[in-house]
Write a protein that binds this ligand. Structure first.
Ligand code: UCC
Ligand code: FAD
Length: 536
């Protein structure tokens, strides 16, 4: 029922191309009045209705399935996403905002009472979505130095915000969480991360009048065309502080965690959609007198895509399972260790699956030959939309640095928990002769990578961060696939998937150069190489 609704919705709106054509911003009406009216696809508000009725956000918070509720929700999004016309983007931010408000509920009960209940509403008339405004012109990665928006305290306890938000994806959202610096009586602000606080604001009042926010421009983007991403001038918007002073970034971390999970899940689901389409095409298209699937080379290509997709999917679903356990099962050593692992694998999933998806979706286009490049097929749109996952919610490098942050903050216990977790998961494979080689590969890779990291000089850690993170991601996916292949319900293809994944190079960081490639000298060479003949 759920999927068929989406498909009908999709067909009613005819094609994505039409969706893209209709989106525009009408800033001023015929009589000169500023309206900042977004003219979106007709499907867009209907997607909001469907999202509410389906309880896309609600199902995570109603906890109907106890610790399995997040797994249920993320699985539902996995199905929703490829047909959801990118409405998954505002929903991701709504999920993140709901999580943030839920955590802060005791300290900011009225905001929680007002906004949380609307974000988890199943009634389209009361359902609210949220934006997430972090990026300013000066920096989307380096938010601490890049944020110039200020918050002027008002006598009633509220604040007026002034600033310029450079990217706002969910511009039609009802509310937003955003960062700003509080202006002291002296007129000064605190620079850096310690000066940032988190604010809640409503984008429009009950009459639809903008909260002193102007939409200056819709971004002209490579993809995500139907998503209204705008530049916003905030000129005295009424807002409410929902974090301790100077704890804005830390308080927003709950939102980032959730939206990064959504990003990884969305990327995995785009891989699944592409693989399914390419597989189907391979049963219809003929070349050299045979149907495509009769060509072993073509099927080998599809098999690579299938394995990448399975690995990405199992990682995302495991994250959702662990998240549910954290929320519902309370405390204990096992859960504390799981929390450490979860902190690590969320950025790993976001950074790795986003990259995998670009590769798999791109390969998928090629599986359609020339048709894969033709807009009318809607296939190029999929590649464009996939590309963004590596950028928004933190780029690959920034997420790699977040992996380092997680390790540093825990004084290394994260890696210990990671090692134990991987070791435990692959144990089951010991009794399965078919999986021995795979098991050894995971076992050796995790030891090699963690051994490598422990010997790295501090000055080189940042340079290695991305390769290190990629290796950890591949190892963890290998452990999950192996564990899955040992399950009593596992199929022969689950075993094949685990073997193929684990028997490729899980830790190129160590095998392809390793310490040799990451030295002070190679760091200097990198600079010389990149700027060879460019800087004099
Ligand atoms: O792109 C965006 C939305 C697009 C739409 C998304 C839709 C997705 C759905 C798709 C479905 C298809 S919104 C913008 C996203 N922007 C980012 O992700 C920012 C990227 N930059 C970073 O992540 C940076 O690393 C920053 C901003 C976090 C760095 O900030 P700081 O202030 O320089 O970092 P600090 O000083 O290291 O961290 C400040 C505090 C620390 O807490 P305390 O003080 O307790 O030690 C950190 O531990 O924040 C904490 N913290 C975290 N905690 C920082 N990052 C995290 C984290 N990831 N988890 C927990
Ligand atoms: P920069 O920070 O300038 O990064 C440029 C390059 O430098 C990147 O490759 C980066 O990896 C690299 N780099 C930066 N710092 C380091 C470092 N320390 N070490 C190594 N490499 C580094 N933001 C919002 O707040 N809300 C939104 O709703 C939103 N929607 C978006 C929608 C779209 C379609 C897009 C494309 C972006 C959106 N963003 C949004 C902004 C997005 O989150 C940022 O663009 C992103 O976080 C990167 O920031 P930046 O553009 O300033 O890049």
């Amino acid at each position: 029922m759920f999927i068929s609704r989406l498909i009908i919705q999709y067909v009613n709106d005819q094609t994505y191309l039409q969706i893209c054509e209709v989106i525009r911003l009408e800033q001023i009406d015929a009589w000169g009045k500023r309206t900042d009216k977004l003219i979106l696809s007709t499907a867009w508000p209907q997607m909001k209705e469907i999202a509410a009725e389906e309880g896309m956000i609600a199902c995570g918070y109603e906890r109907k399935f106890d610790e399995w509720s997040w797994l249920f929700q993320i699985s539902k999004f996995y199905l929703f996403e490829p047909s959801g016309g990118l409405f998954g983007c505002p929903l991701a931010m709504t999920n993140g905002a709901a999580k943030t408000l839920e955590v802060l509920k005791d300290k900011h009960s009225w905001v929680y009472d007002k906004a949380f209940s609307r974000m988890i509403s199943r009634d389209p008339n009361t359902f609210w979505t949220s934006g997430q405004w972090m990026t300013e012109k000066q920096g989307g990665s380096d938010v601490a130095r890049g944020t110039e928006t200020i918050a002027v305290p008002q006598s009633d306890g509220s604040y007026k915000l002034y600033g310029y938000k450079w990217f706002s994806s969910s511009t039609d959202a009802d509310i937003s969480l955003t960062l700003a610096r509080i202006v002291a009586k002296s007129g000064s602000v605190i620079e850096g991360t310690k000066g940032l606080s988190l604010f809640y604001l409503e984008v429009r009042d009950e009459n639809g009048i903008m909260n002193n926010i102007q939409m200056l421009k819709l971004k002209n983007k490579l993809g995500t065309k139907q998503l209204p991403t705008a530049e916003l001038l905030i000129d005295g918007a009424r807002a409410f502080k929902i974090s301790e002073d100077g704890r804005g970034v830390a308080s927003m971390a709950n939102m980032l965690t959730m939206t990064r999970i959504h990003t990884a899940m969305g990327a995995a689901s785009s891989m699944r959609r592409m693989v399914n389409l390419a597989r189907d095409y391979s049963t219809r298209r003929k070349a050299f007198g045979k149907i495509l699937h009769q060509h072993p080379l073509h099927v080998n290509t599809l098999a690579f895509m299938e394995i990448e997709t399975r690995a990405a999917t199992i990682l995302v679903l495991e994250i959702a399972r662990l998240l549910g356990r954290q929320e519902v099962l309370g405390k204990g050593k096992e859960l504390e260790d799981e929390a450490e692992v979860l902190r690590l694998i969320v950025p790993l999933a976001k950074l790795y699956v986003s990259k995998q998806a670009v590769s798999v979706v791109s390969e998928g286009l090629e599986c359609f030959g020339g048709q894969g490049y033709i807009e009318d097929t809607d296939l190029p749109r999929m590649l464009r939309d996939t590309q963004v996952n590596a950028i928004w919610e933190g780029t690959t490098n920034i997420l790699s640095l977040d992996v380092l942050r997680a390790i540093t903050k825990s004084s290394g216990t994260v890696l210990k928990c990671f090692h134990e977790d991987v070791t435990r998961r692959i144990q089951a494979g010991r009794s399965n002769a078919e999986l021995q080689e795979a098991l050894t590969a995971v076992h050796q890779s995790v030891n090699n990578v963690l051994g490598f990291a422990s010997k790295l000089s501090p000055g080189l850690v940042e340079m290695v961060a991305r390769d290190f993170a990629f290796s950890l991601a591949r190892i963890y996916m290998g452990a999950l696939l192996l564990e899955h292949a040992c399950h009593t319900d596992a199929t022969q293809m689950d075993i094949v998937t685990a073997k193929r994944w684990c028997e490729k190079d899980l830790a190129p960081l160590c095998t392809q150069g390793g310490h040799k490639n990451f030295t002070q000298k190679s760091m200097e060479q990198n600079l010389a190489l990149v700027f060879d003949g460019y800087l004099h």
